[in-house]
Design a protein around this ligand. Structure first.
Ligand code: NAP
Ligand code: ZN
Ligand code: ZN
Length: 349
């Protein structure tokens, strides 16, 4: 077993604090990674605070992991010690069901194994995430990271990146599409970058007037302040696709009204409270809502390769692990520019 230092949530109402545990010794198919950076996703906060009613403690959050391979099992062929590598939101799945066989492990019929706050396939071990010094993961769920990209800014691609890339590809966003992205945070800023890179006309839909200049710098052609009813009216029936990344309670109906004929709202944000919906908002213009969860391993690698080719990374604010509780508070206030990334060196000291 490998002694590992970490930060953990010990309960839903206490701040994250230092924690020590052991990772398994790498088996034949495993890759052991020394974690260099880990992004901070709003899902970490939802789970650390038990907002989805499924939390197990102590919990080491973190599923935007990048680092360097330090050891590999005997049958591992895609990685060798010294390589850069990443781990995202999943560390296992059944591998044989129809969804796993279609490279959609995130929709595994038996349920994927999340990187933390989940039971392993044995139904007993509890997974622990990337706010830690190292991780041991089955090769299938380890991603190759191009040395061309700024490593710390690459970490958020493992969740915020794939979660926005995948549904924008699925809805075939391209030149000629009118796309609205709701919420300029970690997911939102990656959604902006991808939609713009795919050639769409992109509008940032935000509650924060102060984020307009950044939204435009990140690729937005238009900025819609959603708290301004006059501006909202101008966009009634306008968008083909809205990517909704909002993490807190809001009116879904008010934003469905912004969709054109056959328009689709992709829901990726997961507020603690489920919304009430006026169905007329869907019937009008034959609109639909679709949910989307991260992306499969193959598509995650495709996204990372796309980012390496197009020089796309996240805009990050690097913090030592000792500032994690403060970072959570700032994210809840929408004050993140645009992803916190933990420098794991701060945990080794
Ligand atoms: P984040 O960085 O905190 O960004 C969320 C943004 O939502 C904020 O910056 C803010 O943007 C906006 N917002 C916050 N409160 C709002 C309110 N009351 N009304 C309207 N807008 C509000 O969060 P994130 O890491 O991007 O995650 C976003 C959500 O996606 C979370 O719920 C997370 O759990 C979920 N998620 C889902 C998946 C998946 O697979 N589907 C993967 C990862 C994360 P403005 O200031 O611009 O309004
Ligand atoms: Zn996430
Ligand atoms: Zn499966």
């Amino acid at each position: 077993m490998i002694p590992t230092k970490a930060y953990a949530a010990y309960s839903k109402s206490t701040p994250l604090a230092p924690f020590s545990f052991e990772r398994r010794t790498p088996g034949p198919k495993d890759v052991q990674i020394e974690i260099l950076y880990c992004g901070v996703c709003h899902s970490d906060i939802h789970q650390a605070r038990d907002e989805w009613n499924e939390s197990m403690y102590p919990m080491v959050p973190g599923h935007e992991i990048v680092g360097r391979v330090v050891a590999v099992g005997s049958t591992v062929h895609r990685f060798k010690p010294g390589d850069l590598a990443g781990v995202g939101v999943m560390v296992d799945s059944c591998r044989v069901c129809k969804n796993c066989a279609s490279d959609l492990e995130q929709y595994c019929v038996e349920g994927m194994t999340g990187t933390y706050n989940n039971y392993g396939r044995d139904g007993k071990t509890i997974t622990q995430g990337g706010y830690s010094t190292q991780i041991v993961t089955d090769e299938h769920f380890v991603l190759q990271i191009s040395p061309k990209l700024d490593l710390k800014a690459t970490a958020p691609l493992l969740c915020a990146g794939i979660t926005t890339y995948s549904p924008l590809r699925y809805t075939q966003v391209a030149k000629g599409s009118k796309v609205g992205v709701m919420g300029l945070g970690g997911l939102g800023h990656m959604g902006l970058k991808f939609a713009a890179a795919f050639g769409a006309e992109v509008t940032m839909i935000s509650t924060s007037a102060a984020k307009e200049a950044d939204a435009r710098r990140l690729g937005a052609h238009n900025f819609l302040l959603s708290t301004d009813e006059e501006q909202m009216k101008d966009y009634d029936g306008y968008f083909d696709v809205i990517l909704n990344t909002v993490s807190a309670k809001h009116s879904y109906k008010r934003f469905l009204d912004l969709l054109t004929l056959n328009g689709r709202m992709i829901v990726v944000g997961l507020p603690a409270e489920d919304p009430k919906l006026k169905l007329f908002a869907l019937l009008k213009n034959r609109r639909s809502i679709l949910g989307s969860m991260i992306g499969g391993v193959r598509e995650t690698q495709e996204m990372l390769d796309f980012c390496a080719e197009n020089n796309i990374v996240s805009d990050v604010e690097v913090i030592p692990i000792q500032q994690i509780n403060e970072a959570y508070e700032r994210m809840i206030k929408g004050d993140v520019h645009y992803r916190f990334v933990i420098d794991m060196e701060s945990l080794r000291k």
